[in-house]
Design a protein around this ligand. Structure first.
Ligand code: PLP
Length: 365
């Protein structure tokens, strides 16, 4: 079976280094917020090109703590792409703020030309989700934010190291949010997250909020969270980061081959926005003529796995029934939900495996 993402392969590529680091951390006698976390925060800030990085427990924590720290909550609107992952929306609504959905463009990210029409007197921020490894149109987003005095939070969970016009995503908005969930580009070996920012006050606030709201042990300034990055994940992430350039390059090679060799009138291939590059977190095709689910079965019969990112858009999810949205409110998003399919794409994928995927896609009718 060819998995959509075989995580064992990326581990195997540098197994010795991970194992050595794991033993080092185990023997250190210090497991939460220590030297590994500090070192990783410095290295990640450098890699992104931001002044500060604060390690957290997850990408969702990075998001909801961002809006909390920016003072965005009940009565405030946050603009977000309607086809984003549901965690993006939860990052907004956990604080009581209201998500204002904007349709995606053909690159699967927010259609920046539709953002201005969605700005209300209550709008406080734009959440720019760089979905599937590709940057949003940050020029337009930044210009609208400036015009209306809005904050820009970047969700870079799926975009570790890709760029918008030469700037690494996560260094463009007020805060960059990262998930290091194992399947991500710089995936950890458990849950982990972080934020990046150039604003010292924001970075300091995250350090307080992530640890029960305390700066000094047992003296609590605010009601915070337990969102600490642990030493094991930070140490393993440092190893992964050393190899991220080559891992991203490998995914680009795999994506390049798919783009060159998949040819089927039923299949629409992903495109990269001018000015952006992609780290190909996913290779997402769209299947025409209502044949997506038939293609899933066809691939499965040939031992090939695939995933739908995402089958139910947030506005139609049970969790957001209270928003009162209905089918038809975001037709592009809903069409994508019925057409998209992520095909196998992972570090360590072999040529034979890719041959099999390409042959199956090309023979599908
Ligand atoms: C775009 C996006 N945002 C946020 C998250 C949430 O991250 P986490 O699972 O680390 O909470 C994820 C992934 O899981 C994601 O893909």
């Amino acid at each position: 079976m060819i998995l959509p993402n075989d995580l064992g392969r990326q581990f195997a590529l540098h197994a010795g280094e991970y194992e050595q680091k794991a033993v080092e951390v185990l023997r250190s006698g210090w497991y939460i917020l220590g030297e590994e976390v500090k070192a990783f925060e410095n290295e990640w800030a450098n890699f992104i090109g931001s002044k500060y990085c604060v390690g957290l427990a997850s990408g969702l924590d990075a998001l909801w703590l961002s809006f909390k720290i920016l003072g965005i909550g009940a009565g405030d609107d946050v603009i977000v792409c309607a086809n984003a992952y549901i965690a993006c929306v939860m990052g907004i609504t956990i604080n009581g703020a209201n998500p204002v959905f904007v349709e995606p463009d053909k690159y699967n990210n927010i259609d920046a030309s539709k953002i201005e029409a969605a700005v209300t007197k209550n709008t406080k921020a734009i959440l720019a989700v760089h979905l599937f490894g590709q940057s949003c149109d940050m020029d337009t987003i930044t210009a609208i934010a400036k015009k209306y005095g809005l904050k820009v939070v970047e969700d870079c969970a799926q975009s570790h190291g890709n760029k918008w016009k030469g700037k690494t995503v996560g260094s463009i908005g007020d805060i960059g949010c990262f998930s290091f969930y194992p399947s991500k580009g710089c995936g950890a070996f458990g849950d982990a997250g972080a934020i990046t920012t150039d604003d010292k006050e924001i970075a300091d606030a995250f350090r307080i909020y992530r640890n029960y709201g305390s700066e000094k042990r047992y003296y609590n300034k605010v009601v915070g969270a337990n969102s600490r990055l642990d030493e094991m994940q930070a140490g393993l992430l440092r190893v992964k980061l050393r190899h991220l350039g080559e891992l991203n390059a490998e995914r680009c090679r795999l994506a390049g081959r798919y783009t060159e060799e998949i040819g089927n009138p039923l299949i629409e291939l992903p495109e990269v926005r001018p000015g952006a590059d992609s780290t190909w977190h996913q290779y997402v095709i769209r299947v025409r003529e209502g044949k997506r689910d038939a293609l899933i079965d066809y691939l499965k019969e040939r031992g090939i796995g695939s995933i739908i990112h995402y089958p139910i858009p947030p506005h139609l999810s049970e969790a957001y029934a209270y928003l009162g949205k209905k089918k038809g409110d975001y037709p592009i998003t809903e069409r994508y939900a019925s057409e998209v399919l992520s095909i196998p794409m992972f570090n360590g994928m072999t040529e034979d495996e890719q041959n099999a995927v390409i042959a199956a896609l090309n023979s599908f009718r």
